[in-house]
Design a protein around this ligand. Structure first.
Ligand SMILES: [Zn+2]
Ligand SMILES: [Zn+2]
Ligand SMILES: [Zn+2]
Length: 168
């Protein structure tokens, strides 16, 4: 964590990067995007987003609730879920179906397809755009004459950092 490293355009892992930069970029993007779209980034929505951006790990709704409660006694699960729905709708976070959890998105300006690399050990999620994979997938789906509502590919495995720690 002490070695400074540039966050490359397509980081293969997150170790040693300046995460504070990720957080401040994500929060300022959220503020701009909500302003442009004329939607409200209310304090609770902002707080939930900030908590999700605490790391690149996928976060479960009840963990968010646990962390918000000390600050906001009145926070109810429904409040959190409404905030999460809003953040998903605005593309500020993604739902990670296979973990039933949420992760921040750093490319929220455009709706996009998802390739998520999910580490089973540390729950870190890396989002990649993988345009070639997505094009191939689209062709396959067209041939099946199938109407797509949402397209996300979730790959479970072990990130390079965890693989290193295990010594394999
Ligand atoms: Zn980061
Ligand atoms: Zn995204
Ligand atoms: Zn990992």
């Amino acid at each position: 964590m002490n070695t400074p490293a540039e966050l490359s355009h397509n980081p293969s892992h997150f170790s040693g990067h300046d995460h504070q930069k990720c957080v401040s970029e994500a929060l300022s993007t959220a503020a701009q995007l909500c302003k442009v779209r004329g939607v409200q980034l209310t304090p609770i929505r902002h707080q939930v987003l900030e908590l999700i951006w605490d790391s690149h790990k996928a976060v479960k709704a009840y963990d968010l609730l646990d962390r918000i409660r000390p600050q906001q006694n009145a926070a109810k699960p429904a409040t959190i879920y409404r905030a999460l729905d809003f953040l998903i709708e605005q593309g500020l976070i993604h739902r990670v179906e296979s973990l039933n959890a949420f992760v921040g998105c750093n490319c929220s300006w455009h709706q996009h397809e998802l390739l998520l690399l999910i580490c089973n050990d540390c729950q870190e999620v890396e989002e990649r755009s993988a345009p070639k994979v997505m094009q191939a997938l689209s062709r396959e789906i067209e041939q099946a004459d199938f109407k797509v509502h949402s397209k996300a590919i979730e790959i479970l495995g072990k990130c390079s950092k965890c693989a290193e720690t295990m010594g394999d």
